[in-house]
Ligand binder design. Structure first.
Ligand code: NAP
Length: 311
């Protein structure tokens, strides 16, 4: 059976930010042959030099405005705290009919920051690929990052349906499954499945470090999947995660409140020797883990299937 002939979806794609997500998008776009030309820009000379050296995109530009010239799709792949600022900078250079998207982990605040700068005749549609690793920077991307992962599509009110569909087709070509969501719901869902779990990992590793003895070589060696997975998550980019909590404050605090209530309930069960409560709770959570594996969102492997491709 012959492979379907790939079709260019956007003639020119501009990536603003050249880290894990943008780099993986570039490699996945090439794999699927969906972009005519890929341009890119990052804030530091060092990142731009590395991107040039490894040929991460077709053309690395020294300014964001140069990168977006004539672009049909512009991807804002920078920390959520600077989305508005970057959008204001590139706005005058966008061509009419261009689509701007972001890949930020928070949606409500990004929409609020970006929408006032969108020029007449330019479309903005938010997206969030639910895929990542603890690595960052121009060398961290890989083409398979989005394969069989979800990419949430968050169009603002009144978005052009044809452009939303085209962007969904684009993400599907990069390997992702897409689903539409409104910004508030997106931020709550992500607080549960990503943001608060990261905060818990940061806390656990911080506590272990405070206790010093837990970070002894021997303890790390025998920690297997528990503590080691926390340290992996806690190695995630500090700027990105600072911005996530500053911009998804409401939902993160709501979920953290519920988390601490549950933690107190389990603490009480341990203190009072209430084995039934502990057993019931752990049985329920084990079923959730099975559901995630069955849905193809993780593997049963001890490294949680996140071994970095190609190295
Ligand atoms: P990353 O690897 O740290 O890359 C961030 C990039 O943004 C770098 O190239 C950086 O340039 C650039 N940048 C930062 N500030 C800038 C500015 N003011 N102007 C222009 N470029 C700027 O981060 P990432 O993991 O790709 O994350 C990018 C976005 O994707 C974030 O909004 C994050 O919330 C979202 N996201 C991340 C994940 C994940 O797991 N990592 C998953 C889904 C979505 P320099 O290198 O020159 O500093």
């Amino acid at each position: 059976m012959s492979e379907p002939v790939p079709e260019v979806i956007y003639n020119r794609v501009a990536l603003i930010g050249l880290g894990l997500i943008a780099g993986s998008m570039s490699l996945a776009m090439r794999r699927a042959s969906v972009a005519g030309e890929i341009t890119g820009y990052a804030r530091s000379q060092a990142t731009r030099d590395t991107a040039r050296e490894i040929g991460l995109v077709d053309r690395v530009c020294d300014t964001a405005t140069e990168a977006v010239q004539n672009a049909d799709l512009v991807v804002l792949a920078v920390p959520v705290g600077v989305m508005g600022q970057v959008m204001a900078e590139i706005a005058p250079a966008l061509k009419s009919g261009a689509v701007v998207t972001d890949v930020g982990s928070v949606k409500k605040s990004v929409l609020e920051a970006v929408m006032p700068h969108i020029p007449e005749g330019v479309h903005f549609i938010g997206t969030h690929p639910m895929a990542g690793t603890e690595h960052s920077g121009p060398r961290s991307g890989f083409a398979e990052l989005f394969d069989n992962r979800w990419c949430l599509i968050v169009p603002p009110e009144g978005a052009d349906e044809g452009e939303v569909r085209k962007l969904e087709t684009f993400w599907a070509a990069l390997g992702a499954n897409t689903e539409r969501m409104d910004p508030e719901h997106h931020d709550t869902v992500c607080a549960v499945v990503s943001h608060v779990p990261h905060l818990i990992a940061y806390t656990m590793v911080g506590v272990a470090d405070d206790l010093r003895r837990v970070t002894d070589q021997e303890v790390i060696k025998f920690s297997a999947a528990g503590f080691r997975d926390f340290t992996r998550i806690a190695a995630s980019d500090p700027t990105m995660w600072r911005d996530v909590f500053l911009t998804n404050k409401e939902a993160a605090l709501e979920i953290l409140g519920r988390f601490t209530e549950e933690l107190f309930a389990l603490q009480r069960a341990i203190r009072t020797g209430d084995g039934d409560t502990l057993h019931d709770y752990f049985t329920r959570t084990r079923a959730i883990r099975r559901g995630i594996i069955e849905a193809g969102q993780d593997t049963d492997a001890p490294d949680f299937g996140r071994v970095k491709k190609g190295g």
